[in-house]
Ligand binder design. Sequence first.
Ligand SMILES: Cc1cc2nc3c(=O)[nH]c(=O)nc-3n(C[C@H](O)[C@H](O)[C@H](O)COP(=O)(O)OP(=O)(O)OC[C@H]3O[C@@H](n4cnc5c(N)ncnc54)[C@H](O)[C@@H]3O)c2cc1C
Length: 403
Amino acid sequence: MHVLICGASVAGPVLAYWLRRNGHRVTVVERTPELRVGDGGQAVDILGPAVEVIDRMGLLPQLEAARTSTDTMTLIRPGRPDVTIEAAQLLAGVSDRHVEIMRGDLAKILYEATREHVTYTFGTTIEGLREHDGGVDATFSDGTRGTYDLVVGADGLHSGVRRLVFGPEEAYSHFLGGGLAVFSVPDFVGLAGRVLGYHTVDRAVALYPTRTPGRVRVVILFRGPRPDHRDPAAQRRLLREVCAGLGWQVPRLLEHLDAADDFYLDGISQIRLPSWSRGRVTLAGDAGYGPGPAVGGGSSLAVVGAYVLASELAAAGDDHAVAFPAYERAMADAVAASRTIGPSVLATLIPRSELQVWTMAQAMRLLPRLPGFLQRKLTSFGGGPAAMLNGVDLRPPVAPATL
Ligand SMILES: Cc1cc2nc3c(=O)[nH]c(=O)nc-3n(C[C@H](O)[C@H](O)[C@H](O)COP(=O)(O)OP(=O)(O)OC[C@H]3O[C@@H](n4cnc5c(N)ncnc54)[C@H](O)[C@@H]3O)c2cc1C
């Protein structure tokens, strides 16, 4: 088959790898003019079964080598003493196999592993899809056309393929009641290997290291109405309103907002489609079942979902009419679980009251004094994103271990 994939981030290249290994021709189109690596983007978590998929691709050494190295995490509260804890203690229960990595670094590893065997076209998007008995005709933004056996949208939360096939996003994007802003600033706090989090009612501001020396990433989570993700000027105004009155380093961070060329702000919403395949077109990763940015699990779902899609196609002898429903069934429990985890993680990350901030600080103080098994239990977030994937059946690969 010749398969067209839209999106070269996480789900797209993982799927491209496995389809290629199973003997198919693969073309990937990506909207950005080049691979979005920058200085890494946001940190994402590759958990349990997703680590296993990367391992089966022979890429575990590269993944491990690029993992982020956070030494400590500090909770900062207005008018109260800071609480610092070793990052390893706070993350002890997340998963037995857990690699935190910058999304851009992960995308680069996956791209490098596939680029020789897969056709990547950057700066291009799909403008039209028309299915017929022999395949799907695609028209591209660069004016070219092509016919493919299958088309997969791996183009994220605001997927263009999904809009073309399932209609406007408003119908199935479920807003979780908060927003998320990310931008980079000079490291005037001397961050080194630390993560600093300033928590107040309805707002949380965190500072993370980046791969670029002298730069740090600001992540701001806030509760409020759904922001417009398409209007950068309105987004910057909104962020200033959200942060009005906040202390600590926040006013200084905002001085760098206008100059930040990587500014991102979006509502925290999740995709709830009852079914994410139609005819010869299906979706993978955030496009089909994004649980919401920053609430955990999205990247691992993208890796595992892409693998499962390729293996269901192989198991069905490349009959998409059998494979796509099987793919959706195989992912159904994990996707359903991810939809419940998002709101509860968000409720933890953005405090609703001073009491909740106080409780967070007490829990962080207590944690290092507890025995290891209790530390793991308390930091597993009720099983959370890692547990949701444990039930997914990762069939053994059917093809030899090379592309
Ligand atoms: C700020 C932030 C923090 C996050 N934190 C975490 C975390 O801590 N843990 C975690 O697991 N996950 C986290 N996530 C979510 C994680 O980044 C996603 O779940 C994951 O990247 C999904 O991968 P994907 O390949 O499905 O989609 P994406 O990574 O969104 O990639 C989609 C790709 O498609 C391209 N594209 C988009 N539209 C088009 C189009 N029309 N045509 C062609 N190409 C297109 C994009 O440029 C992009 O390259 C976070 C996300 C954000 C934004």
